[in-house]
Design a protein around this ligand. Structure first.
Ligand SMILES: C[S@@+](CC[C@H](N)C(=O)[O-])C[C@H]1O[C@@H](n2cnc3c(N)ncnc32)[C@H](O)[C@@H]1O
Length: 289
């Protein structure tokens, strides 16, 4: 641990932020590498006197911050950590950085299944860091969940994240294409969730550098029209859901109506478009018959 004065630290912080970047990314750097949590930071900003302890020196922290600014590499990849809801998740460049808007998926589930003692059987398809599956397994401890991903390395990160939070074993990890590793669970699911790759090709080609150059293509690209994976997930969902089971999908900002149509064609009812905090129809949900 290194001890420096709060005054020196705040002067240094101001200098770093004047070079560019945003407060939130800077807070991730301080927490994950510097050992200064967001609540420590709030206290420091209120009371400028005294000293603070840092896990790494300012030169090292500055070099990581510069790397982030110069290469546009997301700070989460440089720190190996991403914050999502109340979770601190390990990430690598194999894994999509879980987005704040996706946090709403968990609230959608909470609205549908209000009893936390509920014994649900749920699946999350394309789990990435495990964020959604882990949040649900922790919130519904009597439930059983299965999560899938196409990439075994991704699943290892997701399962490490789960083990960091839970001593239970109510979440299992399966590698393979969408539903295929879940063949033994046909007709058994109360709920399936997915935030699949849904970016249309042309949009993908024009994504900002910090996304396109660093985040995994397999986690983003949804074929020509962005709906390739959503179509596959919806078409096979009836085989896996119980009657009246729920399917919750995240989609691109302009795909909700098309996703609604696909759900309807595949015998889903109670179809609803749920908006994100910016008022965008970001989620489409439905019940199988
Ligand atoms: C948009 S990311 C979502 C990750 C995570 N669920 C989240 O919300 O942050 C999509 C995930 O689907 C996985 N994926 C892509 N193609 C897949 C496929 N054919 N079968 C299963 N998973 C797939 C990717 O590896 C990636 O982890």
């Amino acid at each position: 641990m290194l001890r420096i004065s709060v005054e020196e630290f705040l002067f240094w912080k101001k200098k770093q932020l004047s070079k560019g970047g945003d407060q939130q990314s800077f807070a991730v750097l301080l927490d994950c590498i510097g050992g200064i949590s967001m609540s420590d930071l709030n206290l420091i900003c209120i009371n400028h006197s005294g000293n603070i302890n840092l896990k790494k020196n300012l030169e090292f922290l500055e070099s990581v911050w510069d790397d982030h600014l110069i290469r546009s590499c997301p700070i989460q990849y440089l720190c190996g950590i991403s914050f999502w809801r109340d979770l601190k998740l390990k990430v690598s460049n194999k894994v999509l950085i879980p987005r704040p808007e996706t946090e709403i998926i968990v609230d959608i589930v909470f609205n549908i299944f209000r009893e936390k003692s509920e014994k649900l059987f749920f699946a999350e398809l394309g789990t990435g860091s495990g964020a959604i599956g882990i949040a649900l397994a922790l919130a519904y401890p009597m439930s059983e969940g299965v999560v899938t991903d196409i990439d075994q390395d991704v699943l290892e990160i997701a399962s490490t994240n789960y083990m960091n939070y839970s001593k239970q074993s109510n979440l299992k990890f399966y590698c393979g294409n969408w539903w295929s590793p879940l063949a033994s669970f046909k007709g058994k699911l109360d709920l399936a969730i997915s935030n699949p790759p849904y970016i249309p090709r042309v949009t993908y080609e024009n994504l900002p550098k910090e996304v396109k150059d660093f985040e995994p293509k397999v986690a983003l690209l949804g074929g020509e029209d962005g709906l390739k994976h959503i179509r596959e997930i919806i078409q096979k969902a009836p085989l896996f859901l119980k009657e009246k089971g729920w399917l919750i999908l995240e989609n691109h900002f302009d795909q909700s109506e098309k996703v609604k149509e696909l759900l309807s064609k595949n015998k889903f009812t109670t179809i609803e478009i749920v908006k994100d905090l910016s008022g965008i129809g970001r989620f489409t949900i439905g019940r199988y018959k």
